[in-house]
Design a binder for this molecule. Sequence first.
Ligand code: DC
Length: 225
Amino acid sequence: MKSIIIAIDGWSSCGKSTMAKQMAKELNYLYVDSGAMYRAITLYFLRQSVDFDKPKEIEKALAEIELDFRYNETSGQADMYLNDENVEYMIRDLIVAEKVSEVAAIKEVREFAVAAQQKMGEKKGVIMDGRDIGTVVFPKAELKIFMTADNAVRVERRFKEMIAKNPNVTIEEVAENIQMRDYIDSNREHSPLRQAEDAIVIDNTNLTREQQLKKALDLAKQAMR
Ligand code: DC
């Protein structure tokens, strides 16, 4: 079996990360949550009150950012670190979610994140999920999956996840955020969310986690031959 790169792209909250994490575990691959990187950059920009319209401020802030993933013994997963601080919990907050698509649309931010992501894939054996992994980060990935699910299902899933952390969050807020992110992510000028021509679509609206995992693992095994 050869070592490959698996790119998983798709809309917000359609279960990409859940599936990618399960696949990485089964295949003993490195999992990279590229969205976490955009979220950590957004957190830094918010903390430093960076003006998103000022390229100089953006460049200065990016030069101060160091991102890395570190294994968390308790959860068995990698946490996002921003300048040596574990920000895994904070970056999932709605405050970050409300601004992340705007930040991820900035050309300098994309160049910074894509360069780091490509470096992580140098040795292959990687599963990365995001919006532009199969189109921009790894256009030659041996397997590209494009995930989708019905809107109402995506809202429901994300709402359940968020209410567990913040009991004040409403389903309307979550729906609005997902709709806004989908719009910005797929309409931005620089590497918008697109299905790569050679991507295989998995619609998981009516699939259990086990069913979708089996489908994806079958595809991975074929691609590794
Ligand atoms: O996957 P996520 O919801 O954590 O991603 C957060 C945001 O980051 C998403 O709304 C768009 C952006 N993103 C991106 O532009 N490109 C990626 N490869 C991953 C995420």
